[in-house]
Every structure is written in C-alpha cells, then in structure tokens.
Design a protein. Sequence first.
Length: 262
Amino acid sequence: MPSPGRRGEAASYFHPAPPRVLAHRGLALEAPENTLLAFLHAVNAGVTHIETDVNGSADGVAMVSHDADLPRVAGRDGRVDQLTSAELRRVQLGAGQGFCSLAEALDAFPDTCFNVDVKSANAVEGTIKAIRDLRATDRVLIGSFSTSRRMAVVRELPGVATSVSAGGALPAAHAARVGATRMLRRILRGVQAVQLPEKVAGASIVTDRAIRSFHEVGVEVHIWTVNEPADMIRMLDVGVDGIVTDRADLALPIVAERHRTR
C-alpha cells in the first residue's frame, strides 16, 4: 500500500484508508452532473470523495463544470467564461439546478473530500481563492491535464494533495509496467496519486506489477471511469486504491465488502 509519508501530506483527503470510491461528477442518475443535487445524492449514498471539474467564469470565479461551453449540459450556446457567476447560477441544467461555484460545493459539503480537475487557466485563481476561503486544503486533491495549471494551484496551497498530469502519465505508466521504481519515483516527485484510465497508450496499468510499483513509490492509484461491477471487482483484486465512477451506488457496497473482509 502507499507509504504513510506521502499520504500524510494531505491526511484528510486520504482518509479513510483505501480502497475508496470517487463519485464522478457526483451521482447523476436523477440529477444533472456536477450540480449540488448530484453531489447531495452521492453524499447521501455514502460517498466520501467527489470528483469534479472547474472552469472560470467571466468574473473569475471557479465554477463547477466539466465543459468549457454550454450546449451539452444546458442545451444553449455560449461558454462558461462568457457569463458571470451570477448568470451561470441562473442557467437551467435540469431538476431546478444551475451551475454552482467550487466555493459553494465545498461549503455545502464540509465533510466531503473533493478531487478538482482545473480545466482552464482562468479557473486557477478562483480555485485557489475558493479552497483558501473555505480552509479546505486538506480535503482537496488538485488535478489537471495541464502541468502548468496544476502547479500554479499547488504552489499556492502548501500541503494540498495532487495527482500526475498528462505529461507525466505516459512515462509513469511505462515505468510502472516494467517495475522501474527508481525512475517512477523521479517522475512522480511531489505527487500523491495517479489518476488514469485502465489503459495508457493501449496497454493496461491494472496489473500486479504496475500497481505494486506505484505503491512502492508511495502513491495511490485511482482508475477512471469504471461503471461495471465486474470491472470494479477485477481492479480491486489487483490492488487499485480508488474507483472513479458514475455509479457510486454500485461501487460503494463492493468497496464496503472489501473493508469488511480485511
């Protein structure tokens, strides 16, 4: 399992002990994704960790949204960065929900950990402000496709947990597959988790050797997006620490059984 040294840098985020369920954009079976209602459904189901995304509004607020634009989620033209936070809150996403800010999500669920993917450069300052204002550094993990965006946030939030960005994912996957732990340790310096799809560059990282290599250098392994129970079980059998899933309702009992049988 991951060494306590790295996980200790963000103890609240990495509690309770793995395996853990990360609710992908909340639990959006009867609620629009990435809304306070979807997060509420996830928390009510027993989720401790929510995976979400932020883009910046026209007034610099980090708003919870996977997409930079509105057509898919709101059925209308426009972009998140073209509207103010107040205007975005009034956009109808369904079930009486509008966009919420990261600060509102952190405030609404003070006992919940959030995995935050910083999707745009104009969300960086707003993300830092929201986490600082809510004193949530120890229950947040910062991720981003962009290393520069991710590090811009991490540098301003000492002790915050973080996961590898796209630039490190491929070399990390290659090193883990062959058990090159010395190289892997260098690649993942300053990182507490790898959050990856099951296959990177066409080859699986959900193997005994790869997972063991990641654990030897002290990082957790979270795999996305896993929605079939058989796949969840298979990954947990190999030692994956976290399942990122749209179906937290299915994953929670599977993970709970793992904890009971330890």
